[in-house]
Ligand binder design. Structure first.
Ligand SMILES: Nc1ncnc2c1ncn2[C@@H]1O[C@H](COP(=O)(O)OP(=O)(O)OP(=O)(O)O)[C@@H](O)[C@H]1O
Ligand SMILES: [Mg+2]
Length: 284
């Protein structure tokens, strides 16, 4: 189901063409470094990371496997503590932002509870985070989010009755039900086939346009990064740092035709050559 077409009649809440530079940084990293223990010593995994993600922006992190993309996302989510430098989300430490329910997380695996149906799964985090919320209110919110991700009608289905793409939509609805300001996504469509993946990209773009969330996406797909993002941060290895931040100037609203826009092709080519270079350096 094409969620963008389905939702086209609904007024959009943001003007996605407003310049990214006008908005203040919502997620900011300064001189950030992360060391992990390795065989009795320290291994520097991230070094001198400086990032400013404007509020309401959509940015992607792309780079060779093992370069530290997930680690950077985990620092934003308060799951990894930086060894040096600072990370703030909405002016707070990541842990404070998590406690204030400002951050939603989506990973490659949907990790739904198999004994709960779609709406129970979508309401689960909200009910855990807010013990005072009435069940009916949590379910209303979960139902609205399932609708937003194109899953109305599937509320009573169990995870085993849903496809991989549908399960991932439930995971996105579960994160959105918290109404976070920031959505952090680590290869959320990595396990899906190419066509489902494109559908999910359109679904995510639609959610972003309608909700004004700040979204950070880790992906290995150049196409996905260009189609969805305002900015792509390209990471290099040894230890990981940001080697280039590429603004994506493909006009909004983005549709299937965007893939053949000259700005799309130019961004794709630039990212491909940066990644090839980064891979070569990683092998040396
Ligand atoms: N908890 C940990 N303890 C020790 N080392 C870790 C830990 N987590 C990650 N690493 C190491 O940090 C480096 C970066 O890992 P990370 O998972 O962030 O890479 P990635 O860019 O997300 O890779 P991929 O694209 O394969 O998902 C790797 O060398 C990894 O082995
Ligand atoms: Mg990873």
């Amino acid at each position: 189901m094409n969620v963008r077409v389905m939702n086209a009649a609904v007024a959009k809440t943001v003007a996605p063409d407003k310049p990214a530079a006008a908005a203040p940084a919502h997620i900011a990293a300064t001189g950030l470094a992360v060391d992990f223990p390795l065989e009795g010593r320290k291994q520097r995994v991230l070094n001198d990371i400086n990032i400013a993600v404007p509020k309401g922006s959509f940015v992607s992190l792309i780079g060779p496997s093992g370069c530290g993309k997930s680690t950077l996302l985990k620092v934003m989510a308060g799951l990894v503590t930086p060894s040096e430098g600072t990370m703030t989300v909405a002016g707070l430490s990541p842990q404070e932002a998590v406690n204030a329910r400002l951050i939603g997380l989506v990973f490659q695996e949907a990790t739904l509870l198999p004994w709960k149906n779609a709406i129970e799964n979508a309401a689960f985090l909200l009910m855990t985070a807010d013990e005072t919320i009435k069940k009916s209110e949590a379910f209303d919110r979960a139902a609205a989010m399932l609708k937003l991700v194109g899953l109305d009608g599937a509320e009573k289905k169990s995870p085993s009755q849903l496809s991989g793409g549908m399960r991932q939509r439930v995971a996105i609805a579960r994160a959105l039900a918290l109404d976070p300001e920031v959505l952090l996504m680590d290869e959320p469509f990595g396990a899906l086939d190419a066509i489902t993946r494109e559908e999910m990209s359109e679904c995510l773009l639609d959610i972003w346009e309608r909700t004004n969330k700040t979204i950070v996406l880790v992906t290995h797909s150049i196409d996905e990064a260009v189609f969805l993002s305002r900015e792509v941060h390209v990471m290099g290895t040894g230890p990981a740092r940001i080697i280039e931040t590429l603004p994506i100037t493909v006009p909004h609203p983005r549709t299937e035709e965007s893939y053949s826009d000259p700005a799309f092709t130019a961004a794709e080519n630039r990212l491909r050559s940066l990644l090839i270079e980064s891979h070569k350096k990683g092998r040396r």
